[in-house]
Design a protein around this ligand. Structure first.
Ligand code: FEO
Length: 164
């Protein structure tokens, strides 16, 4: 079934926002590298790749449904953070925004009774639980260790293990 134009537009916007998410996480990776927190930087680089994959999922859905992908300007992300905690807090807040946006697309898909878009978006609902949980967990661990440099490096080392 040909995709509804309003839904197509929202998915194109989300495609752009997923690319922006990747850009934001790359900016965090660059900042973490500058802070010699290579584990956090590596985690963010992997996350940026994942965001690109999310964008491509929207791309495929739009094209497969007879729509047209329109690429838009990607905003420049923030480049400085006052602490690792602030960066992870931002990442968590960002993921909450992503979730809200996906829900909004889902509301329209349901209103339209679009039986193809609904299961497609269900995948993102599950993914967003994971995305929020991961960033919230690191934020909470950083809050726990407070000013402990040892604690910070233990978290950094733990995050270094992420490969996909
Ligand atoms: Fe694609 Fe992190 O949401």
């Amino acid at each position: 079934m040909q995709i509804n134009k309003e839904l197509e537009d929202l998915m194109n916007d989300q495609l752009n926002f997923e690319l922006y998410s990747g850009y934001l996480y790359l900016a965090m990776a660059a900042w973490f590298e500058d802070q010699n927190l290579d584990g956090m930087a590596s985690w963010m680089r992997v996350q940026a790749k994942e965001e690109y994959e999310h964008a491509m999922k929207f791309w495929k859905h739009v094209v497969d449904r007879g729509g047209r992908v329109i690429l838009k300007q990607i905003d420049a992300p923030k480049s400085e953070w006052s602490s690792p905690l602030e960066a992870w807090e931002d990442a968590y807040e960002h993921e909450k925004i992503v979730t809200k946006r996906i829900f909004k697309i889902g509301d329209l898909a349901e209103k339209l009774g679009d039986k193809s878009a609904i299961p497609f978006l269900n995948w993102f609902y599950d993914e967003q639980i994971e995305e929020e949980e991961q960033t919230m967990k690191v934020r909470d661990l950083l809050k726990k260790v407070g000013d402990s440099v040892n604690g910070l490096y233990m978290i950094d080392n733990y995050l270094r293990k992420r490969s996909d």
